[in-house]
Design a protein around this ligand. Structure first.
Ligand SMILES: [Fe+2]
Ligand SMILES: [Fe+2]
Length: 155
């Protein structure tokens, strides 16, 4: 799988989970509690951000038109992490939780849109097919290592 496909897939999955948090009725099984969703989201974001920071951003930072947005993206990852950490400590029924979810949703949408409009667009234009495949393979590998480590911690 190439890097673009891996990252777009991650964005879809993150957006889906946030959508479920914003609108719990959309979860047809109705068995996933908000607390569990926050845990899943936290894990997913951790893995997604780390493959971007370790593989994608350093590659993109060599293009002059990407450097500012790459730098800004690291800060956005920190802001997103801290919002999710707040959510994980909150009661999932109150107004404060809903407001925090909305704040997270706005920030994540904006972040994803910047990445897709600028960074993924540039990667598609400037990186070779081989390089995109190579980055994608490395990302998949890191994702697996991360997931296995998380499973071991839980077990
Ligand atoms: Fe990101
Ligand atoms: Fe991303």
């Amino acid at each position: 799988m190439d890097a673009i496909t891996v990252l777009r897939g991650g964005h879809r999955e993150v957006s889906r989970l946030i959508g479920l948090l914003e609108n719990p009725a959309a979860d047809s099984t109705n068995r996933t509690s908000s607390g569990l969703l926050v845990d899943q989201l936290q894990h997913l974001l951790k893995v997604h951000s780390s493959i971007e920071e370790r593989v994608f951003y350093p590659t993109m930072a060599r293009f002059e038109e990407a450097t500012a947005i790459v730098q800004h993206s690291y800060l956005e990852h920190d802001a997103i992490d801290s919002l999710v950490a707040d959510l994980s400590r909150m009661e999932s029924t109150g107004k404060a939780f809903t407001a925090k979810v909305q704040e997270l949703s706005r920030l994540v949408s904006q972040h994803i849109s910047n990445e897709e409009r600028v960074l993924l667009f540039l990667a598609e234009k400037q990186c070779s097919r081989a390089e995109l495949e190579e980055m994608g393979a490395l990302m998949e590998e890191l994702k697996q290592v991360r997931s296995q480590a998380a499973t071991r911690r839980r077990g």
